[in-house]
Design a protein around this ligand. Sequence first.
Ligand code: ACO
Length: 400
Amino acid sequence: MSSTALAAAASPTQTTPMDVTLHPGLAGIVLSTTRLSRVDGHRGELVLAGHAVEDIAPRVSFEEMTHLLWTGRLPDGARLEALHRALAARRSLPDATVQLLREAAVRRVTPMDALAMATASLHGAHEPSRAETMVDDLEILGAPFDDTSLHLLATMPLIVGAYVRLRSGLEPVTPHRSLGQAGQLLYALQGEVPTEARTRALDTYMNTVIDHGANASTFTARVIVSTGSDLISAVVGALGALKGPLHGGAPGPALQMVFEIGQADRAEPYLRAKLARGERLMGFGHRVYRVRDPRATVLESAARQLFEAGDDRSLYDLARHVENVAIRLLAEHKPERQLRTNVEFYTALLLHGIGLETELFTPLFALSRTAGWLAHTDEQCREGRLIRPRLHYTGPEPTH
Ligand code: ACO
């Protein structure tokens, strides 16, 4: 466990209680137990509710994955149908939210900021419906499925789709009757029913990043509900935490690097020059993983399938080559570190292959992680304990 003895940080004039130990960034602190995900950085393993990420992410839909995370088991046919119906019944944006998005589009705020603003506007906008099917479906599904969490899952993809269209001078589309979460998101963005291959690729991406231990946004959501606050506030707070470049990351620069390299024989001189200038290779290295991030493996395979389903897999082949050269050069550059491919490298390639703009990469991460946040808020509420760490005061003492 990494910790810093307080005595080293305190000024010599301070009275320092000997039992106080600082944990900068809360590194190494185990907050609680969870049944949701386990991250093993040394073995390169990510377990999601009892399933290895590489086994589960490519074979189920995002709805099934959400059900697994929320309840601990995959849904049977009846429960999956109930979940589809429950989401479909809640897929509409309040007029006030659409109006807010129109104004945000005039101000050209980023899609991530528009998502946070519009999600906050859902407060009080959705009264639990008395419609019979909705009530029945909630009864079939049981806790933690409730009106607010389903409403968040159903409407947040519509918010992103509506905003992107409004900013391009297009009107939001009416949700499609029969598409699942991933297909619905692509439909809301692009206004046409996506191909099976693109929908599968997006389902796999969303499943892969649905949860990842006590990351900063998940921790934020847990802190917010631990005070007794509500789910919409927890999701809005988590969006704020995810937006930061140290967390939501920037898969954009990783893709940019591959584009700038352009052809295989330019990879080595380009990457060597970057390292010689002291720059970091985007999409490589991780605070936790010391081997290849298992999510990179899942997304690489999904990207290969997607590019093969299209006519041209040259960008995928170039990315693979860039990855191999980068790993070799990083081993020369930092032999004492184990710098390997992280999730961002193939996120960028996959989302680009699906036809999504770079500025949508972080909002898409957020839409996927929302299901994880809501699972954690449920766990936190069951624990029922306020999260409240301490700070050690190092300011001046009062003069009397
Ligand atoms: N390229 C070149 N050098 C690197 C890289 C990289 N990608 N990553 C780490 N290093 C070097 C650092 O320069 C540093 O060298 P120094 O000791 O001479 O200063 C050393 O390795 C250790 O770096 P730290 O930042 O302390 O390592 P940490 O494990 O904390 O960093 C991080 C993790 C921030 C992801 C880092 O590897 C990095 O900046 N990678 C590139 C950006 C990136 O891909 N971000 C997405 C991460 S995945 C996610 O957020 C979901």
